[in-house]
Design a protein around this ligand. Sequence first.
Ligand SMILES: [Zn+2]
Length: 158
Amino acid sequence: MAIPERIHRNIDTRYWNPGAEYFPVKNRYTAGVAGQRFFEELKENGKLFGTKCSKCSVTFVPARLFCERCFARLEEWVDVGLEGVLYSFTHVYRTKSDEEKENPSIVGAVRIADGLLMHHLGECNEKDLYIGMPVKAELKPVGEREGKITDIAYFKPL
Ligand SMILES: [Zn+2]
């Protein structure tokens, strides 16, 4: 079993054999300390936060704890707003399970501060999209947010 494969019981891994006992594995990844706060701010306050490196002046979005350039601990949290710029986009014709989608969707990479968020694009005509287009996150209503990146329903042109 390769590492990226999903397992649902610890006994399915070949690197650890606990015998007959097993416990269910419900989550594969943790969002981490910075990710937890990033998603809590998104859910509770409808804000996107990054963290800024005081040495490199780079603002990472989503927020992280350490600068990937100089390894400094990042402690300055920055409200980067909900607006960004379309960095790239593409059409998606197949589902994750490789089935043809009934309605193809558009996915974009949106630059916010010095970071990129991959997300769906909505309320747009694909023929009008262009690299560098100003876009804004459209959030789900407060009661529907779960602390996930899907709390952003989509990005739309400004
Ligand atoms: Zn740095």
